[in-house]
Design a protein around this ligand. Structure first.
Ligand code: PHE
Length: 529
């Protein structure tokens, strides 16, 4: 590959054509919002805020967003946008020896995809269950019993058809989106789905606000408990929520940013994505707590009795609300439909991290890489999660990957980039060429000190809790195999993969030829090569 300055423009557009690209900054922003807005916004944020000071949570939350979330998001953007590669390729271009960090992130994404798809499949099934309130008057018994057929905690091969079919549908949809490529697949999906999601969810919130008891729910969510600000665990919860919610530190934003034209403003984009994601969280908080207030009033109990998060909120509390409320089917379709859409746009972002890495490394075409990644992921997902033991494995993998997978790799990559490679100045300069508002020493301090410190505190609290008592009192072997072992294996596998050779002709050291951001951009979509 020639590296002359004159040839760089053409090389660049060739590379864009080969790897794929978003057709515009707007599409990239929608795709990034699609990744950030996921199940976490809808079923995690409202409860985290409620538990950690209610209205007062806004303080640590905003501090975490502004001092760690957005600065870290910009760091991810800078790495991918400057080095124009998947996570492993971008790290290899930063410094050859750090490629393993990228593969570690790829491993985490692969794992997340496998179980995230299962939750989307449940939500898909429940969208239809809402129509006739299939859960009857015992949503909890129905979910664990009739629907998941969860038995004793052991790994079984007993397939549950009610999960198998929607899970297959989810994977087929993912396969189709990924095969279509960056713009026609991910970009087009985001372009359609994000507006639909916002409309559907807003409709849900409006409906929920008119339910009797909604006011009490909102009071419960927003009444500030200022004393919470003195608690370190509340601050840790805020940082943890921000890191998870923005999808930062595990390869997604590096990958997406590598598909953006080099003359685009990545700083402004980061601000839009960060604030949109938080806006959606606020909307979700209002909708969820208005509905919970209704449920509390209908049951004659306090909101604290009905408030919950995660699986319990979506598959136990909401079905009860849907049964109780007038026009419940509408609420159900809007709620579960939103979960499906928010989930799919996040799922494709984690899968793209893997596909992009495989393509960069092995020089395969889009379709080959898509099949090579999605088919094994789908098979694993089906084997693990469409059986009667699925729920336990899912709960454990989810807990450990979130706590120790994402947070540890994010912390280590950030420290390496800031302190070992000392790359922040170069990366900040890169963003400043076309980005506004400009970033400088403040950003470097936030990314090298404040954000890592925030991450370390979150990790400390998580580790303390897990060492004090086994997570959810699950048996040791389950936690060991699907928790600790998996988390430790990922970096090892990552650094092994980094030893495989790159496809011939890959430019490795420093930014790729022609990555001068001032060069004109002719972004074209690679599609199926
Ligand atoms: N940001 C997503 C959310 O809030 C989290 C996520 C995205 C998790 C992609 C995994 C993969 O739900």
């Amino acid at each position: 590959m020639s590296t002359t300055a004159g040839g760089s423009t053409q090389q660049e557009s060739e590379e864009q054509g080969r790897r794929g690209a978003f057709s515009s900054r707007r599409v990239f922003i929608l795709a990034a919002i699609g990744s950030a807005v996921g199940l976490g916004n809808i079923w995690r944020f409202p409860y985290v805020a409620y538990e950690n000071g209610g209205g007062a949570f806004v303080v640590p939350y905003l501090v975490a967003l502004l001092t760690a979330g957005i600065p870290f998001l910009l760091l991810d953007y800078a790495i991918g946008h400057r080095h124009r590669g998947s996570a492993p390729l971008s790290f290899a271009r930063l410094r050859r020896g750090t490629e393993g960090l990228g593969w570690w992130q790829v491993g985490i994404c692969f794992l997340i995809a496998i179980y995230y798809a299962a939750v989307i499949a449940w939500a898909l099934r429940y969208t239809f269950f809402s129509l006739d309130e299939a859960w009857g008057d015992d949503p909890e018994g129905f979910f664990f019993g009739e629907f998941l057929q969860a038995g004793d905690i052991r790994v079984t091969a007993d397939v549950v058809p009610g999960v198998l079919v929607p899970l297959l549908i989810v994977w087929l949809a993912v396969l189709a989106i990924m095969a279509l490529g960056v713009q026609r697949g991910i970009g087009a999906t985001s372009l359609i789905f994000i507006p639909v999601l916002v409309l559907a969810f807003t409709a849900l919130v409006v409906r929920a606000l008119f339910l009797p008891g909604a006011g009490e729910g909102l009071d419960a969510l927003f009444t500030p408990d200022w004393s919470a600000l003195g608690s370190a665990s509340v601050w840790a919860a805020a940082f943890g929520q921000i890191f998870f919610s923005l999808s930062i530190g595990f390869g997604i934003m590096i990958t997406y940013a590598s598909y953006v034209g080099r003359r685009e403003d990545m700083i402004g984009s980061g601000l839009v994505v960060g604030f949109s994601n938080s806006g959606f969280e606020l909307l979700a908080g209002i909708g969820v707590f208005a509905a919970l207030g209704f449920m509390a009033q209908a049951g004659g109990v306090g909101v604290s009795e009905v408030a919950s998060d995660g699986i319990g909120l979506a598959f136990v509390a909401f079905p009860a609300i849907i049964s109780e409320a007038p026009a419940g089917a509408l609420i159900g379709v809007l709620f579960f439909g939103s979960l499906v859409i928010a989930g799919i746009t996040s799922l494709v972002s984690v899968i793209e991290v893997v596909i992009s890495a495989v393509r960069d490394k092995l020089d395969t075409g889009r379709l080959t890489a898509t099949l090579g990644v999605v088919v094994p992921a789908a098979v694993l997902s089906l084997v693990l999660f469409s059986t009667t033991s699925g729920i336990y494995v899912l709960d454990v993998v989810d807990h450990f990957v979130n706590q120790y997978g994402i947070l540890v790799v994010a912390l280590i990559s950030m420290l390496v980039v800031a302190w070992v490679l000392r790359a922040l100045t170069g990366l900040g300069d890169h963003l400043n060429v076309h980005g506004r508002p400009r970033i400088g020493a403040g950003w470097r301090i936030l990314t090298s000190l404040v954000a890592p410190a925030g991450l370390a505190v979150v990790l400390f609290f998580a580790l303390r809790d897990d060492l004090r008592a086994p997570y959810e009192d699950y048996p040791d072997w389950l936690l060991l195999v699907f928790g600790w072992l998996l988390v430790v294996a990922l970096p090892l596998v990552g650094f092994l993969l980094a030893r495989l050779p790159w496809r011939a002709g890959t430019h490795l050291d420093g930014a790729p030829p022609g990555s001068d951001p001032a060069a004109p951009l002719h972004a074209t979509e690679g599609g199926s090569r």
